[in-house]
Design a protein. Structure first.
Length: 316
């Protein structure tokens, strides 16, 4: 497989044009025909192209060559599109992807974030007691019931504080996004916004809350919500890109041995499906580096302690 062209659209948006000869396509097609003789010739050819691209000796060396040639830091998987194919000549294809654009990194330590546990509803407290301490509650006198509620409230609050700390750490790291300046590719920003929107919709479904109810509670219009989500999505994107910049400044990149160990422990449920070797290694390397950068930011910033006592409310 050969690299034909590598070119940049807007800063950070790249496209690779590459080709495979008839022999390379023929090997992949023969393997596909042997494995799935029941498929139509059209389907076999399409699957053969995919297999040839994703094979270790397929697009992976082309990708590595292009990245090294332009000194790129890819930050997304490539999207492939087929330009031409026939058995006599092979095929030509394109791969579009985004790389780290020229951004400026400001400070990345000294952030402050409060740990803010959610209030505890009395209904939540009573449900916890009924499910886990029903017999104890029924057998207790008034003083015993009060002590039980105090103990269970403390247990719930401890869990809420732990959850709130994890959320506060994520919010603290997201503050890095305010320190990463410079233009971002418009399509990358748009794709990240739609991904955030999907996550938000899934969150509403899990809570069994419809969108109109959410807006009513927040006192927002649809336009205000979209503007807020778009701003937050871009901030989070800048934060994720900023973590790679911090990793570079602080030398947090993993060794090849560490990357290989993670590749061998790859779990599709956690890491997604594999693509091709050079890209999978890229994702593992960046994931480890970003985790180390995030831990560094948290260690060199301040988390404000939660209130000593929980807030208990009748409704929420």
């Amino acid at each position: 497989m050969l690299l034909e062209h590598l070119y940049q659209g807007e800063p950070g948006a790249w496209k690779i044009t590459f080709r495979a000869d008839a022999e390379e396509l023929g090997r992949a097609l023969a393997a596909q025909q042997a494995a799935h003789p029941e498929q139509s010739k059209e389907d076999q050819l399409a699957e053969a192209v995919n297999a040839a691209i994703l094979a270790p000796d397929g697009f992976s060396p082309v990708w590595a060559q292009a990245v090294a040639q332009a000194d790129l830091v890819p930050v997304t998987d490539p999207d492939f599109s087929l330009l031409a194919v026939n058995e006599e000549e092979g095929f030509r294809a394109e791969a579009e992807f985004f790389a780290l654009p020229p951004l400026t990194l400001g400070r990345y330590t000294g952030f402050v974030q409060a740990i803010e546990p959610r209030p505890i509803r009395r209904l939540t407290l009573e449900l916890e007691i009924n499910q886990r301490h029903g017999a104890e509650d029924r057998a207790a006198d008034e003083a015993g019931k009060a002590a039980l509620r105090q103990r269970v409230t403390a247990e719930i609050y401890a869990r809420r504080c732990q959850q709130a700390r994890l959320l506060a750490e994520r919010k603290l790291v997201s503050q890095l996004g305010d320190q990463v300046t410079g233009p971002l590719p418009k399509q990358l920003v748009a794709g990240n916004y739609f991904a955030e929107q999907r996550r938000f919709n899934l969150s509403l479904q899990a809570q069994r809350v419809n969108f109109d109810q959410y807006l009513q509670v927040r006192g927002q219009t649809v336009e205000e919500f979209r503007a807020e989500l778009h701003a937050e999505a871009e901030r989070n994107l800048r934060s994720r890109l900023g973590l790679l910049m911090v990793a570079d400044k602080e030398g947090f990149w993993p060794t090849q041995e560490e990357v290989q160990a993670q590749l061998e422990a790859w779990d599709p449920r956690r890491d997604g499906e594999k693509t091709f070797p050079a890209n999978d290694a890229r994702k593992v390397r960046q994931k480890l580096a970003a985790q180390r950068a995030a831990a560094y930011i948290v260690a060199h910033s301040t988390l404000l302690d939660p209130p000593a006592e929980p807030t208990v409310v009748d409704t929420l």
